[in-house]
Design a protein around this ligand. Structure first.
Ligand SMILES: Nc1ncnc2c1ncn2[C@@H]1O[C@H](COP(=O)(O)OP(=O)(O)OP(=O)(O)O)[C@@H](O)[C@H]1O
Ligand SMILES: [Mg+2]
Length: 384
């Protein structure tokens, strides 16, 4: 037992040090100090936080410190009617804080999860330091006793998954242009993490359920608990325990634990393919050869005559043929086995900038000659 534990009650230590450490980290105005934390047990968590408190000075985060009472009131005692969804780390409720005239989403982390404390700290610290229009805003947090809660801005249209892969009765499917706008915004969020944040941040959990949508279907990335700092100096990758969601993980990361920003680019390719096809990356309800979206798509990427067959039937054919060709080309590039062959996310942003442009009559029309002409031309090219 550490000396620290002898002097103060366990709960007080955990609570005090957690609150303090969040402030102190952020005061140091560096994300280097906390984004690689690894907390394996309660004891090491306490030790780690205590060490960090000694190291860093006093600071401020924009996120409000809230009590469990505040959040019980905000969610009518976590009324099941206010439940927005449930993920691997806990339940998410819709609420309203007395202190502000704003709807919020309250995520109550599962108290039994060992990983919960690390997720909690990384999420608070990263979201307090990084700010971008395509990252969800953290309004506040609570760490009363063993309760860990995160309070985000409420995103009225829920997640991309709700509109693409789990469409409820009465909801309209997303049209092509909205899909491209979401893909572009999400890529801009990743671009900020990879190329503007210093040092770069690898998001590690890019998937449809983590892309939240506002009133106007502008996307924002959420769930930073798994984020990692990218390699610095001469290093080409960081080595880490494999985490994330099956199907979205890049092959080299899943096999060796070697993580780079290109691992996120692969996950981006998976989500972009879901956006185009309306198919879930892993779907056990489909015939065996179609259960893994990427494996199903690989041979089709090489045969332009199959491209229209890859689109989401919910689009009912309403998409620009050339736009579809370009979108599939971007997805295929992001999904390359060889990480170094994948594009930078900023290249994806540039390509999608064109695809998401408002063109009044791009629905269902052939641009610059017909797609069929193009496919035929390619075919002749192959024969020659
Ligand atoms: N800020 C928010 N505004 C509105 N709805 C939200 C918000 N955050 C989360 N949700 C809803 O709650 C659901 C659960 O989110 P959560 O992040 O806990 O799990 P997940 O992303 O589905 O899965 P995982 O735990 O694997 O990341 C989301 O799919 C979304 O519908
Ligand atoms: Mg999530």
């Amino acid at each position: 037992m550490s000396c620290f534990n002898c002097c103060l009650s366990k709960e007080k230590v955990a609570k005090k040090s957690l609150k303090k450490s969040i402030h102190e980290y952020c005061n140091a105005m560096t994300i280097t100090s906390f984004a690689n934390i690894s907390i394996k047990s309660d004891g090491s968590r306490r030790r780690y936080i205590v060490e960090e408190i000694q190291k860093l000075g006093n600071g401020k985060v924009s996120a409000e410190i809230l009590t469990f009472k505040d959040l019980s009131a905000a969610t009518q005692n976590f009324n099941p009617d206010t439940l927005l969804g449930e993920g691997g780390f806990g339940r998410v409720y819709k609420g309203k804080l007395d202190s502000r005239d704003q709807a919020v989403a309250v995520k109550q982390l599962d108290r039994n999860g060992l990983q919960g404390n690390r997720e909690f700290l990384v999420e608070v610290l990263l979201l307090s330091t990084l700010r971008h229009q395509h990252l969800v805003n953290l309004v506040g947090y609570c760490c009363d006793g063993d309760q860990r809660l995160l309070v985000y801005e409420y995103m009225p249209n829920g997640s991309l998954e709700d509109h693409l892969l789990e469409l409820k009765a009465g909801r309209k499917p997303l049209d092509w242009r909205t899909r491209m706008k979401i893909a572009l915004g999400a890529a801009k969020g990743l671009e900020y993490l990879h190329e503007k944040a210093d040092p770069p941040v690898i998001y590690r959990d890019f998937k449809a359920s983590n892309i939240l949508l506002d009133d106007d279907f502008n996307p924002k990335l959420s769930d930073f608990g798994l984020a990692k700092l990218g390699p610095t100096g001469d290093k080409t990758h960081v080595s880490t325990r494999v985490m994330g969601t099956y199907g979205y993980c890049a092959p080299e990361y899943a096999l060796t634990g070697q993580l780079t920003t290109k691992s996120d680019v692969y996950s981006y390719g998976v989500v972009f393919l879901e956006i185009i096809t309306g198919r879930r990356v892993i779907d056990n309800n489909r015939p065996t050869e179609e259960q893994n979206l990427v494996t199903w798509a690989q041979p089709l990427f090489k045969d332009r005559r199959q491209f229209t067959l890859m689109t989401d039937p919910a689009l009912e054919g309403n998409f620009p043929r050339k736009g579809l060709y370009q979108a599939l080309a971007v997805a295929a590039m992001c999904l390359q086995e060889e990480a170094t062959a994948r594009p930078l996310i900023s290249d994806v942003v540039t390509a999608l900038g064109f695809l998401a442009q408002d063109k009044p009559n791009c629905e269902g029309v052939e641009e610059d000659g017909s797609y069929e002409d193009y496919a035929e031309g390619e075919e002749n090219e192959e024969k020659r």
